[in-house]
Design a protein around this ligand. Structure first.
Ligand code: PLP
Length: 324
């Protein structure tokens, strides 16, 4: 079974800027090159934006494109905006119409990634003004695998601590919070690892820089609970559902110790970007025999089938993109 990326093609490339033809910007669909903001923008200066990462997958026949878990992502987007105090004035269902229309215009027979982003858009210097304005943009980019999904990845526990709920809430997907993720991921890369794992201040496991984490011990899944300074991952929820319904495997949500990563039978990361990525090494120690675990692979097979529309029982997870 291979789960390799369907596409990494791109419709226009200049340096590292990969774009698709249209972007939703200031209330309309404009050619992506026209979607520009001022360098004085509050969000650019202070990290005051909220975003989502949503995947669109092509069917195996390449005839259809499906957006995965559109409404759950947009509901979380609205919640993130509420936490940060960004006025969207539009609910998940209306947002969904715009996202689907962007996907309809940009679809190109390959997989892509859709990013709604709401942000503090005023251009005055200063942290807060009562009359601050907010804006909302949606762009998309061609997207393949974010992390390796077949051979498995090597991870290190980060020397950076996960930011706490009362500092910058991890359940809000706000842009500034990703400084924490960036520092950890860059540190891991410098040390030759594929990904970083955050611990909280008490030493308990939180998540990866952009993924939730699961371990397998004694035939059960274990993952940190939603009060563990994690993003309440949409994929995390899908994994819990699939494990229970399709494989009869219970998932225990509880605090996880660092040392449990060292003795787990299996470890994997999951997320919209990461999909389901087996972890084969943690801090230089092999996970199990050092190859992707059986349960991880079973979950992957189910997941990769569902996202491309192969499994009719899970079609409710997908929104079909209308023809261009
Ligand atoms: C910090 C963090 N945790 C977890 C996830 C996984 O969340 P989801 O499955 O909703 O994409 C992401 C991905 O967006 C993330 O950035």
């Amino acid at each position: 079974m291979t789960h390799s990326s369907q596409t990494t093609t791109q419709s226009s490339t200049k340096g590292d800027a990969i774009t698709m033809p249209y972007t939703y910007f200031r209330g309309e669909f404009v050619p992506s090159a026209q979607a520009q903001i001022s360098v004085q923008t509050h969000a650019f200066n202070y990290g005051t934006g909220c975003f989502e990462g949503i995947r669109a997958y092509v069917s195996r026949s390449k005839q259809k494109t499906f957006i995965l878990h559109l409404l759950p992502h947009l509901r979380r987007f609205v919640d993130s905006c509420k936490i940060l105090g960004i006025g969207l004035n539009i609910g998940p269902e209306e947002l969904a119409k715009r996202v689907v229309e962007l996907a309809r215009r940009n679809q190109n027979g390959g997989d892509f990634y859709i990013r709604p982003l709401a942000y503090k858009s005023h251009t005055r210097v200063g942290i807060y003004y009562p009359d601050q304005t907010d804006d909302f943009v949606v762009f998309s980019v061609p997207f393949g695998n974010y992390l390796e999904v077949e051979r498995g990845i090597r991870v290190m526990v980060s020397s950076f601590t996960r930011i706490e709920d009362n500092m910058v809430p991890a359940r809000s997907k706000c842009t500034g919070m990703y400084i924490n993720s960036f520092l950890a991921k860059a540190e891991a890369a410098r040390h030759g690892y594929d990904e970083a794992i955050f611990l909280d201040r008490s030493g308990h496991v939180c998540e990866g820089s952009a993924e939730n984490i699961f371990i397998v011990r004694d035939g059960k899944l274990h993952t940190p609970g939603v009060s563990s300074d994690i993003l309440e991952g949409v994929t995390r929820q899908s994994v819990i559902e699939l494990a229970g319904k399709e494989l009869g495997i219970e998932c225990v949500e509880r605090p996880l110790d660092r040392s449990e990563l060292y003795i787990a039978d299996e470890v994997f990361l999951c997320g919209t970007g990461a999909q389901i990525s087996p972890v084969v090494e943690v801090d230089g120690r092999k996970v199990g025999p050092g190859v992707p675990g059986k349960l991880t692979q079973q979950l992957q097979t189910l997941y990769f089938g569902i996202v491309r529309g192969d499994n009719v029982a899970y079609r409710a997870w997908l929104t079909e993109v209308p023809p261009a």
